[in-house]
Design a protein around this ligand. Structure first.
Ligand code: 0A1
Ligand code: ZN
Length: 884
């Protein structure tokens, strides 16, 4: 917690480290109140250095002793200020011995070494290692680590660190030790230790080169019935990386450890991944289909980091997307390959597009907009963003769209050939892709340097006499903070042309056969492409498979969209056409709802739209998962993003009206689908079964958006009889949303049954926090529940963040009470855990877009937080940027 003005750090100010560290020997005497850390570093002057002194970071730790080449240093030999220890003059080769003290049980930030449920864990990314010992805590300092752990044997029977176990044994006084060695050089942010009472599921797994690796999933006692899926996901990930990229596990053992206190999803520490329990623990009774999907994706993500992040790491934190964008892209492709079918792949792509629209586009249009490779930051923890992760993944995907899967693989191979065991920049990845494919990618760099979502427009003209179709593409990009002017991007635009019957035309562009989807490369602000041999008026399907992270504006008539929604062979654009039809209607209805007090009564939805949805809903040739995507409306926040001035109540009324109207007018079809998509037999989380459940539960939700006795009874029966969490939770949500008296009973039964399953209790809080029927008073009442605590990030998010971010109609109550609550919670959380507080702080990012009466109350709440004397850099940066 700091009270001084936070400093901005700039990418342009990068300087190489003055010393490099070759080896690190760490000794831990673990004690919750007083842990002693002894560190022995061998350093040598960096020939590339521009500065001379040895600089070590350290935060919230006590320096006990410091020796240089065996000589104890006194206060005059070094300076220690602003968390930086500097030894101004030192020889070229140095051995430093450092002894420090820390208090893990007081560490509520969950960064550095901390205690969760009595067990020790670490989290060092981005700058947590400096909370453990003094060290040049920057990713371009890579060293070999050896770690000795000592702790009470009865209390901490399991002692883990990175790499391979060299030795273990007993000590005096009931203590024991374990000695670990990581054979690979790594930056300090990948260090980890665990000292705990845990149990594991383990097995040996034969790697492609014939070696056997030991795989372990460590959890608290009582959770071994929930580790199968994580283990299976790990094995699939190892196999996939071998097959797809020729990348093998480089260690003899690979461990996953679950903790319930964790700020993020998981962490890729070398050989010792530490996970939020949410992304490890699952069985059908407690986890939903979405939870199973999340586990598979996050296990894969962390495993894939072993090459993209660990073997090749980042030079500095501005390059974060080098590892995150690439690794998200890899986990996305893994997920798609695991499903295996073409529509399955499209359904995962649709999920990715939704995330971008729901979270990344708003970020890119708000006060925190930043390039994929930021130019500056105050607190790096604030830059683990959807822009760095998801937009970063889109940027990586565009290389594959431009060069094909084989060209992309060549680029990956060259990247590893050049940079294994190095700390590099985003530019190095781009160069490897360019060189491997003999292409110049200079303009492509703008995807890394320019913030903001490009806007793409098109105009098409069919010339009957010439049999040509002339497609003109236009691009522009709005100003973002610090970047008033933008230059054109290099955008791959995948295009198809549909004939009057809805079939794909064979494409010829510039005399070249281009199959039925042509990837056009737009590099100018305006560019024209001529398709020849076009014998009839086509409907263009632009940006197939969402080939670039842009906003495609206009260009379509309602008739075009209906044509695409019925026929497009590209499932992503087929879905997209439906979303556009829905969005147009939602926007019109929102306008009507805002203008009229008794709005709901006078709203109506055209038969054409209902018919289009009906056709998709009952089309048995389409996967249930795809139909569910098509029938799901854009969220309230997506609608709000389209408006200059947001009235959250009007948006809510309009969207609820559409849901209820669909529930009424498609009642028979919904009921039929509800029955047809039952999944009898034992639960399985596979994509086909999950798709059926998704469609069935969407039907249940729509039926209960306009509830009658029969639909409520259906939800109640499902709640009572379901044997899996997906169906139980969906039924309970339907009852809660339907505002029926049965909801309270069902909530009580649910809590009673799952009160010992923390992750399900999170769901119980979240379900209520999300419901438009839950007002602030109800949230405050829930905060007094014995199971509620702000100290556990998952729990705090399940109630407080869920309410502030995902319950817009209640959060934006006209009296501003939601905003006052937000300010209060941000301040309270900041004293415990700045990272969690700072995420919550971002709920206010878009305050300038709200109706004036809300806007000034939002500003007041922001000012209240900004005016706190004691505030973390994390939160100060967020509220400062929001108010700027
Ligand atoms: N590198 C991890 C995410 C992560 C980032 C920061 C953390 O603490 C501040 C923790 C985890 C990943 O991408 O999975
Ligand atoms: Zn990651």
């Amino acid at each position: 917690m700091r009270t001084d003005t936070p400093q901005t750090i700039f990418r342009k100010d990068y300087t190489p480290p003055s010393y490099l560290v070759d080896t690190v020997e760490l000794g831990f005497d673990l004690d919750p109140a007083r842990t002693i850390v002894a560190s022995r570093l061998t350093l040598r002057r960096n020939p590339a250095a521009t500065t001379r002194g040895i600089e070590l970071h350290g935060e919230d730790i006590e320096l006990v002793a410091l020796r240089l080449n065996g000589k104890l240093l006194g206060k005059r030999d070094y300076t220690l200020a602003n968390n930086l220890l500097t030894i101004r003059s030192a020889p070229d080769d140095v051995v430093l011995e450092i002894e420090t003290l820390c208090a893990p049980d007081k560490n509520t930030t969950l960064s550095g070494l901390y205690v969760s449920n009595g067990n020790f864990f670490t989290q060092c990314e981005a700058e947590g290692f400096r909370r453990i010992t003094f060290f040049p805590d920057r990713p371009d300092v890579m060293a070999k680590f050896t770690v000795m752990l000592r702790a009470d044997k009865a209390r901490y029977p399991v002692l883990l660190s990175n790499g391979n176990l060299l030795e273990e044994g007993d000590l005096d006084d009931g203590r024991h030790y374990a000695l670990w060695e990581d054979p690979f050089k790594k930056p300090s942010y990948l260090f980890a230790l665990v000292a705990a009472q845990l149990v594991c599921q383990e097995e040996t797994f034969r790697l492609a080169d014939g070696r056997d690796a030991l795989l372990q999933v460590w959890v608290e006692d009582g959770n071994l019935d929930k580790t199968d899926y994580a283990m299976q996901s790990l094995k699939h990930s190892i196999r996939w990386d071998e097959e797809k990229y020729g990348l093998e596990l480089d260690l003899d053992r690979f461990m996953i450890v679950a903790t319930s206190d964790f700020n993020m999803g998981a962490m890729e520490n070398k050989g010792l991944n530490i996970f939020n329990t949410k992304f490890v623990l699952a069985n059908p009774r407690v986890a939903t289909d979405i939870d199973f999907q999340g586990i598979e994706a996050v296990v894969a993500h962390e495993y894939f980091h072993n090459w993209t992040g660990n073997r090749v790491t980042c030079r500095d934190w501005f390059q974060l997307s080098l590892k995150e964008g690439l690794t998200v892209f890899r986990d996305q492709e893994f997920t798609a390959d695991m499903i295996g079918t073409a529509t399955g792949r499209a359904v995962t792509r649709i999920d990715q597009v939704r995330t971008l629209r729901q979270a990344q586009f708003p970020e890119d249009a708000g006060p925190m907009a930043h390039p994929v490779r930021p130019d500056s930051f105050v607190e790096i923890n604030n830059f683990y963003t959807v822009t760095v992760y998801e937009k970063g993944a889109e940027v990586v995907r565009m290389y594959q769209t431009l060069f094909g899967v084989d060209g992309f693989r060549k680029g990956m191979d060259l990247y590893f050939a050049r940079h294994d065991e190095q700390a590099v920049e985003c530019d190095d990845f781009r160069r490897a892709m360019a060189d491997a494919n003999n292409r110049e990618l200079g303009q492509f760099e703008r995807w890394y340097s320019q913030a903001g979502t490009p806007v793409l427009r098109f105009e098409g003209r069919w010339d009957e006499a010439a049999q040509t179709y002339t497609l003109t593409l236009f691009q522009s990009c709005p100003a973002t903070p610090g970047q008033p002017e933008k230059l054109p991007f290099h955008i791959p635009v995948a295009v198809g042309l549909l004939d009057a019957a809805g079939a794909d035309m064979a494409l010829v562009v510039d005399g070249q056969q281009r199959g039925t989807t042509a990837v056009l490369e737009l590099t100018e602000a305006e560019q024209t492409f001529v398709f020849t041999g076009v014998t009839g008026q086509p409907v263009a399907s632009v940006l197939r498979d969402f080939s670039a992270p842009v906003i495609l504006q206009g260009g379509y008539t309602d008739a075009d969209l209906l044509h695409l929604f019925s026929h497009d062979s590209d499932p992503v654009n087929r879905w997209e056409a439906g979303q556009r039809l829905a969005m147009e209607r939602l926007l019109k209805l929102t306008g009507e709802a805002g203008a009229n007090d008794d709005a709901a009564a006078s709203l109506n939805l055209d038969e054409t739209f209902i018919e289009a949805l009906r056709k998709i809903l009952v089309d048995e040739t389409l996967d249930p998962a795809f139909r569910e995507q098509c029938l799901t409306l854009p969220s309230e926040s997506m609608v709000a993003e389209q408006l200059e001035c947001v009235d959250p109540l009007a948006v809510h009324i309009a969207r609820q009206f559409v849901r209820a109207d669909l529930g009424t007018r498609l009642r028979n079809e919904l009921l039929a689908q509800y029955e047809a998509n039952a999944t009898p037999g034992p639960y399985s989380p596979d994509a086909a079964s999950a798709g059926k459940r998704a469609l069935k539960n969407l039907a249940l939700a729509y039926l209960n958006a306009a509830p009658d006795a029969a639909s409520v009874a259906l939800a109640q029966r499902q709640f009572d009889e379901a044997d899996n969490m997906t169906d139980r939770a969906a039924a309970l949500s339907a009852l809660v949303a339907a505002r029926v008296p049965q909801a309270a009973d069902a909530l009580a039964v649910f809590y009673d049954e799952f009160q010992n399953e923390a992750l399900v209790v999170d769901k119980w809080f979240a379900m209520q926090a999300l419901s438009p029927t839950t007002d602030l008073a109800a949230v405050r009442a829930l905060m007094t529940h014995p199971a509620f605590t702000l100290r556990n990030p998952n729990r705090a998010r399940s109630l407080v963040a869920m309410f502030c971010v995902n319950n817009p109609v209640q959060f934006h109550a006209p009296d501003g009470s939601g905003y006052a609550f937000w300010a209060e919670q941000v301040i309270a959380l900041d004293a415990l855990n700045p990272q969690v507080a700072s995420r919550l702080a971002r709920a206010m990012d878009r305050w300038r877009r709200y109706a004036p009466a809300l806007q000034w109350q939002m500003r007041e709440a922001l000012q209240k937080v900004a005016g706190q004397v004691k505030l973390s850099n994390d939160v100060r940066e967020i509220v400062g940027k929001a108010l700027a």
